[in-house]
Design a binder for this molecule. Sequence first.
Ligand SMILES: Nc1ncnc2c1ncn2[C@@H]1O[C@H](COP(=O)(O)OP(=O)(O)OP(=O)(O)O)[C@@H](O)[C@H]1O
Ligand SMILES: [Mg+2]
Length: 327
Amino acid sequence: IEGESGTGKELVARALHTHSARTEFPFVTVNSGNLPHDLLESNLFGHVKGAFTGALSAKKGLFELADTGSIFFDEIGNMPFETQAKLLGVIQERQFMRLGGVETIKVDVRIIAATNVDLKRMVDEGRFREDLYYRLHVITVHLPALRERKEDIPLLVQHFLSKYGGENDRPDLEITPEALDVLVAYDWPGNVRELENVIERAVVLSSGPRIGNELIPDHVRATEQFQMPRIVVPPDGISLKEVIGASERQLIESALHEAGGVQKRAAELLRIKPTTLNEMIKRYGIQSGQRRRVSKRKGQSPAPAKSDSKSTETAQAPLGVDTTRDN
Ligand SMILES: Nc1ncnc2c1ncn2[C@@H]1O[C@H](COP(=O)(O)OP(=O)(O)OP(=O)(O)O)[C@@H](O)[C@H]1O
Ligand SMILES: [Mg+2]
């Protein structure tokens, strides 16, 4: 199971087990990377009494505990190189020995492994055994990042709303369409886990019946304030110069508005020199300092930049001009 952090790899591993004929039997998770290899191996395969100093009694390993069930190797990419060889041996032979033991132990386990790194690349770099890599890649489940399946966001939001609404005695909480738009627009580097945390936070902080934008953290809302609109070239073409000119003009007007008409500040907002801004203001005939004129122009269409409604997935104000604000 491969996917970025927070995409649900563990959830999928458990689902594979739960929906299998092995569901009545154990599901054992192994954190592949947080132990030195000898300790990890004694955990996996167990040991006999006296196998090493401190081995006062025999101990079953995780493979034995998982017998007839499933064993889940989380972050398999972190497994020490030495242990990778031993694991491959077990997969191929379906048997192993406890540390210090002579008796072979046979087990019947389904092996599920997860990684958030590109294992193939680790193989190419000599950090992951190629033979184990191919042995594990019998069936690959790729979990796409949340930003690649935005259509899941509303479903997940509903799911977490009822989950955390239930836990917090707020069973009928709803989310406003505006807040949902913001959540869909964000790109979720932390994937489903990050979304889950945002919803839990909003539920806990909410006091009314609906979750609005004000309960969405600032960094998530930041995308709401600026997103490049997707402009699609119409079949009969479009003038690049005109589109860029119209965008420039809108950005300048918006910056002036934001800066209360102060050109120096507006230039800072646009990361350009005040002299450059001043030249542009003259070129476009923008009347700076007159906030009323600026706000009057709002709501006008973004000039020749026709955007195809089908491909404009996130309908946003053109080039970051906040059309909701008025004064
Ligand atoms: N499709 C889903 N439906 C409901 N909850 C989900 C879904 N996908 C993920 N989650 C939730 O998101 C959180 C993260 O999922 P999980 O721990 O499985 O991710 P992971 O891929 O193992 O992440 P990591 O690589 O960081 O360990 C969990 O609380 C999980 O329940
Ligand atoms: Mg995980």
